[in-house]
Write a protein that binds this ligand. Structure first.
Ligand code: ADP
Ligand code: MG
Length: 214
């Protein structure tokens, strides 16, 4: 099993993520209609469709170019909170990975850490605020722990995806303290946070792309 992830697999990740948010567009929108403004599915589907189109047009040769293309496209095509947040995630991921054509698990973990730091710098989310951070943060912790144990990339990313899903499900009971859902106060409890759902799909598709390349 190769211990590095080639840029082709990272590009495949973006295709899989685009397919997932397009496929689950109605579900993401339904989640956002309960505690937001019913546009999360449309936002993510539009943003990732444009991002993958741009990647196909420009065929980025390095990890830096690949993720910067995605980040810039998300920022410019998605008006909602999720555009700048996911956009920043990918911009920071690209900057951290640098001009590589393949990445090892440590570099990937460091890159995702930088991406999540970017999300926090922009949105100021804290644990338990009922945001996409509540799926991304446990995913990052699980990935770091797996990499520290010497797990191969497929195992490490699968553990990250499972941790994201747990974090997503735990948002149901939370009261939102950031974003539109926070306007509802206590009434936001009892609903799954839409951003935590799309963030879990981000880690699930990473795991499936890495597994397919292994
Ligand atoms: P909008 O809220 O502008 O309509 P979306 O519906 O696309 O944008 O995205 C909503 C999601 O964005 C929420 O479910 C939440 O997970 C995430 N979110 C909102 N504000 C923040 C924030 N400050 N930090 C992190 N995530 C946030
Ligand atoms: Mg919304």
């Amino acid at each position: 099993m190769p211990s590095t992830i080639p840029i082709a697999a990272l590009t495949d990740w973006l295709h899989r993520y685009r397919d997932a948010v397009v496929d689950k567009r109605d579900w993401l929108t339904e989640l956002d209609s309960a505690i937001g403004d019913a546009d999360h599915g449309a936002n993510m589907a539009r943003g990732m469709t444009a991002a993958v189109e741009k990647v196909e047009q420009t065929s980025p040769a390095t990890t830096d170019e690949l993720f910067k293309t995605v980040g810039m496209t998300l920022v410019s095509t998605v008006g909602g909170a999720s555009g700048p947040l996911y956009g920043t995630f990918f911009l920071r991921l690209g900057a951290a990975l640098g001009t590589e054509t393949a990445v090892g698990p440590e570099a990937l973990a460091a890159g995702l850490r930088a991406g999540l730091d970017g999300v926090v710098a922009r949105g100021k989310a804290e644990p338990g605020d009922k945001t996409l951070f509540d799926a991304m943060s446990p995913a990052r912790a699980a990935l770091d722990a797996a990499v520290a144990e010497g797990a191969d990339p497929a195992t490490a990313t699968a553990r990250a995806a499972a941790a994201a899903a747990e974090g997503r499900d735990a948002t149901i009971d939370l009261v939102a303290r950031k974003g539109r859902a926070s306007y509802l106060g206590e009434r936001s409890a009892g609903h799954l946070d839409p951003g935590s759902a799309s963030a879990t799909m981000l880690f699930e598709t990473l795991a499936s792309a890495v597994a397919a390349a292994s």
